[in-house]
Design a protein around this ligand. Sequence first.
Ligand code: SAM
Length: 240
Amino acid sequence: MPGLGNVTMETIEQALYVVATPIGNLADMTYRAVHILSGVDLIAAEDTRTTSVLLNHYNIRTPMKSYHARNVAQQTPLLIDLLKQSKSLALVSDAGTPTISDPGYHLVRAAVEADIRVIPIPGASAVLAALMAGGLPTHNFVFEGFLPQKKGRHTKIARLAEESRTIVLYESPHRIHKTVDQLLEAWGDRPCVMARELTKKFETIHHTTLSGLQHHIRDKKVKGELVLVIHGATDKKNSS
Ligand code: SAM
């Protein structure tokens, strides 16, 4: 790898490495992430097909096991057993930072309970990338992930109406119209940002207001992955 200078890469330990991977642009992989993924005994991947594209790109030959929402109960104890047998393991999600809105949390929790060292390897994250380019206050923010689709949705939206911190949501392109309509009705008009396809070829970061966004997407099919960043309820603490 070019450009490492005199940085020495660490020795791989018996540990669970929680490794961030790119959210679109493969060049957002860190040197350290490549080193760890190349050196561990096994990679637990949310989607082995997606991760194999990344591994091929970086010529990483480490074996993978799938670890996703539907096999968490069955795979967690097996992976913890491997760690107890002095194996090193890396956890990666479909994209971005594992454990943020994905099932990786369960494995980390189990490793902590089993006294196994957990080592974070930070990198790309859709939440942080959206905040970085959003231009809304970031001294405080609240990440709510995906809003509930049905049960609890109205309660959650109503509860957040008084939230003074900047609010970050993940949203699917199929529900964005409904979400913007409901937020505008419940929260009133406010500055917001729709960050779409971050780090990818068709990245667009739309700095607007909830009513402006409603207008912008009206009668349009929105495509790609989305993060919504919305100004908190007006509060002096949040305007620095
Ligand atoms: N662990 C990931 C992270 O660190 O960002 C997030 C996983 S979550 C299951 C997937 C959601 O993240 C998508 O539905 C979308 O809301 C958001 N997301 C992921 N990649 C994105 C991108 N390149 N641009 C915008 N949003 C993205």
